[in-house]
Design a protein around this ligand. Structure first.
Ligand code: NBP
Length: 477
């Protein structure tokens, strides 16, 4: 017998993905650099389905039916290149190498190009949902050639998460690095979502005076409405949790320094290159790095702040409702920015990404899964070339209805000295987009003054320069 699919790299993600394929009726060839892990998987889970355990690269490749489908699930970066180098020479034209790790899309583009010379399909594939998603159904974002998706798609559709309407959370995102690009932006949006939720928590705690357990209840209520999402749900769980050792709220015994693995940073770096303002995601990445600067924070402890004036009980309830509005409005802005980046990447690399389909496959399995994504899909279904999510009528109306409360929350935050980089950046983006005139005109004047960079006029075509150092007359540039 031969295997329909093979998985090499059997750490948490690879082992669960392999089990997921087997549980769905596929014969799965297994391989890992350290063979003990392969044996352990078969010993523990061998009865879940058909596995073919192999130890050498040659046996692994030989165990796969043609065209071969070989999934790499190793640490991203050099290990992925090492594994490709090991297996590619053993593969034949038409075979597929699927990289399910968190690769940078530029690496994926390079690998795809190199392997194409050998007629091997390299399918950079974003996989979201963590350990549990890999086993029970992740959201899957494959790039690569249409031919590879024709062969691989049905299998991925089977093992993927399903949205509430039953649709599989997988689509062929686009060629070469499109899948990993979209996975990167997914993670960037995840950073922003988490930051916004964190700010809502901080406001409910420091301005409204609620305890973590009370805030957990507030989040639970929010989770029954338009904010219904995995991240809000687990936030309530984390806030409710009490530390067994001290009896204190768990959130109070954890060090307040957030770590990161890099996909949020990539999202911002690439956005800078593409000229896309993803200020909410950037603030989320910066908020994590700021939290880690413990010496800087310690040295700043005595800086002056306002006198805290916590709200009374009656005011607190109304404030919580306003925070819900601010959170929802800011969330609309982060998704607007994230989808702008996907659109810009698609344009830059000629991927022709269907933004509605991306929203649809994020409805289940992944970390940012939420009822909200169905509405984003609907917005793009109504108009595929929507210039921005904010230009969708429904979202525009909702954010318009939320804006008074959104501003009130930021006034309170500013007065009480609670930092809200995410909420504030989102509102600034909203107001800047709305603005009739931006001070960019003044910026252009300054640039022309010191660097003769020229400017365009509102009333005439062409580029102009003012002779600032002379008689200040205007010349055509
Ligand atoms: P790790 O990222 O911890 O990688 C461990 C695996 O890589 C092991 O199988 C290890 O083999 C193998 N490996 C390494 Br390290 N260097 C190698 C090399 N030079 N040659 C061959 N194999 C090598 O595993 P993971 O957490 O399961 O994640 C796998 C991939 O999935 C990563 O790219 C990750 O970013 C991505 N991802 C993870 C999550 C998550 O929630 N963890 C979610 C989505 C995507 P060994 O057993 O011999 O050491």
């Amino acid at each position: 017998t031969s295997a329909q699919i093979g998985v090499t790299g059997l750490a948490v993600m690879g082992r669960n993905l392999a089990r997921n394929f087997a549980r769905n009726g596929y014969t799965v060839a297994l391989h890992n650099r350290t063979a003990a892990k392969t044996r352990a998987l078969v010993e523990e889970f061998g009865d879940e389905g058909e596995f073919i355990a192999t130890e050498t690269a040659k046996d692994f490749v030989a165990a796969l039916e043609r065209p071969r489908r070989l999934v790499i699930m190793v640490k991203a970066g050099e290990p992925t290149d090492a594994v490709i180098k090991e297996f590619a020479p053993l593969m034949e034209p038409g075979d597929m190498i699927i990289d399910g790790g968190n690769a940078h899309f530029a690496d994926t583009r390079r690998r795809e190009r190199e392997l194409r010379e050998q007629d091997i399909h390299f399918v950079g594939t974003g996989v979201s949902g963590g350990e549990e998603g890999a086993l029970l159904g992740p959201s899957i974002m494959p790039g690569g050639s249409p031919e590879s998706y024709a062969s691989l798609g049905p299998m991925l559709e089977k093992i993927s998460a399903k949205a509430e309407d039953g649709a599989p959370c997988v689509t062929h995102v686009g060629p070469d690095g499109a899948g990993h690009f979209v996975k990167m932006v997914h993670n960037g949006i995840e950073y922003a979502d988490m930051q916004l939720i964190a700010e809502a928590y901080q406001l409910l705690r420091d301005v409204a005076g609620y305890s973590p357990a009370q805030i957990a209840d507030i989040f639970r209520t929010w989770n029954t409405g338009r904010l219904d999402s995995y991240l809000i749900e687990i936030t309530a769980e984390v806030l409710k949790h009490v530390d067994a050792a001290t009896g204190k709220p768990f959130v109070d015994v954890v060090q307040d320094q957030a770590e990161q693995k890099g996909t949020g940073r990539w999202t911002v770096q690439i956005a800078l290159d593409l000229g896309v303002p993803v200020s909410g995601i950037a603030e989320a990445v910066f908020a994590r790095s700021l939290s880690g600067h413990t010496e800087l924070r310690a040295a700043s402890k005595d800086l002056a702040g306002p006198t805290a004036r916590p709200l009374g009980e009656a005011e607190a309830g109304a404030f919580a409702d306003q925070v819900e509005q601010a959170l929802y409005a800011s969330k609309i802005v982060s998704y607007t920015q994230g989808f702008h980046e996907v659109a810009a990447g698609s344009e830059e690399y000629g991927w022709d990404i269907d933004l509605g389909a991306v929203a649809a496959i994020w409805r289940g399995g992944c970390i940012i899964r939420a009822a909200f994504l169905d509405r984003i899909r609907a917005a793009y279904d109504t108009r595929a070339d929507l210039p921005s999510l904010l230009s969708d009528k429904t979202f525009a109306q909702e954010i318009g209805a939320a804006q008074d409360d959104w501003r009130a929350v930021l006034v309170a935050a500013t007065r009480q000295g609670v930092p809200t980089p995410g909420f504030s950046a989102a509102l600034a983006y909203y107001d800047a987009l709305r603005a009739d005139r931006l001070p960019a005109a003044l910026t252009q004047g300054q640039r022309d003054f010191f660097g003769a960079h020229t400017y365009r006029r509102t009333d005439r075509e062409g580029s102009f320069h003012t002779l600032w150092g002379a008689d200040r007359s205007e010349v055509q540039a």
